[in-house]
Design a protein around this ligand. Structure first.
Ligand code: 5AD
Length: 349
């Protein structure tokens, strides 16, 4: 007989579980347990960040990628993907527009596109920081060398997102071609943290071949690594990938995991990812109510949005107009949260 009550009490008391205990919690999740942890997570978040929701302006700088992650719509070998790359001027225009709209963090995300050398990226980061010294710059450009990360940091980048995807080398190996190794990924994350970036890891929920045990191992990794940010969103199949016939990951389980991560890492910056939402129903409110405190509206030019398709039917919650932001604010206000114009840095506690 497993003692779930004990596991839950331990989680709340120690903010730590063994892999086996995380696994039990996931396997025996009930609506009641989920609601209990959701309330606890919400309380913890409120003690640190109040009811503030931070917005990050997402700029999808390029969908050109040298990697071929089997789940990803912009993987290098997908010949159906129409490739694009924004120019520096286009990226800066996105920031200008975003600043006007109240964004104080810009996230430059893209495939591993060789065009974005250290020189190109550092120039861009410096330009953004000189135009907007009150803004944070987040990069999400995949694996790079220690020296490269260091240069980007010295140029003024504040944060770096690099999902670890799966800490299990067996699962990582089923999701990625053999050239990609979890050891490299984890080394990159260590390097980013050491250099001083606010560092984000994360994984997909319901990824092909993923079991409760794998998720438990990812939670344990997150507990130990203590990232400042953590991106967790459901897997959604993409038609031009090996995994096109796999079912989409559960939004409910994703929300449960958001609550657990909030409890384990009270100060973590936790986005309610776009993958949580669908065309019909924007699941991001549920994510916020489960302990998330960040949303990342899209600032990319309209013309490239559809091309940055990591998965099918990706909602592109436009942030390009003041109206969209007003709608987001209203949505969050209805559930008791306040979308703020703030860098929204990690609070050490
Ligand atoms: N479904 C959900 N998330 C995906 N990502 C890539 N492909 C998919 C997909 N099919 C996520 C990965 C990556 C991030 C940028 O997007 O976790 O790190």
């Amino acid at each position: 007989m497993i003692d779930l009550k004990n596991i839950i009490e331990k989680l709340l008391r120690e903010r730590s579980l063994s892999v086996e205990e995380y696994e039990q919690l996931i396997e025996h999740r009930t609506p009641e347990i989920q609601e209990l942890l959701r309330c606890e997570a919400d309380k913890i978040r409120k003690t640190i960040y109040g009811n503030k929701v931070y917005i990050r302006g997402l700029i999808e700088v390029s969908n050109i990628c040298k990697n071929n992650c089997y789940y990803c719509g912009i993987r290098g070998e997908n010949t159906n993907c129409q490739r694009y790359r924004l120019t520096a001027d286009e990226i800066l225009e996105c920031c200008d527009k975003g600043y006007e709209l109240g964004f104080r963090t810009f996230v430059m995300q893209g495939g591993e596109d060789g065009f974005f050398t250290d020189e190109v990226m550092c120039d861009l980061v410096r330009e953004i920081k000189s135009r907007y010294p009150d803004c944070a710059v987040t990069l999400s450009l995949g694996e790079r060398s220690y020296e490269s990360y260091k240069r980007l940091y010295n140029a003024g980048a504040d944060r770096y997102l690099l999902r670890h995807e799966a800490v299990s080398s067996q699962l990582y190996g089923r999701l990625h071609p053999k050239e990609m190794k979890i050891e490299n990924r984890l080394q990159c994350l260590e390097n980013l943290k050491k250099i001083g970036f606010q560092t984000g890891c994360g994984f997909m929920v319901g990824a092909p071949h993923q079991t409760a045990r794998h998720i438990a191992e990812d939670l344990k990794f997150i507990e130990n690594f203590k990232p400042q940010m953590c991106g967790i969103g459901p897997f959604i199949p993409h038609k031009d990938t090996t995994f096109k016939d796999y079912p989409k990951g559960s939004a409910e389980l994703t929300c449960f995991l958001l609550s657990i991560v909030r409890i384990v890492l009270p100060s973590v910056l936790l986005p309610a990812t776009t993958a949580l939402g669908t065309a019909e129903n924007d699941g991001r409110e549920r994510g916020i109510l489960s302990g998330a405190n960040v949303v990342m509206p899209n600032l990319s030019p309209e013309s490239v949005r559809a091309k940055y398709a990591l998965y099918d039917n990706k909602i592109s919650t436009g942030a390009e107009s003041a109206q969209h932001i007003a709608e987001l604010k209203a949505k969050m206000a209805r559930i008791g949260y306040d979308v703020v114009c703030d860098r929204g840095d990690y609070v050490e506690k």
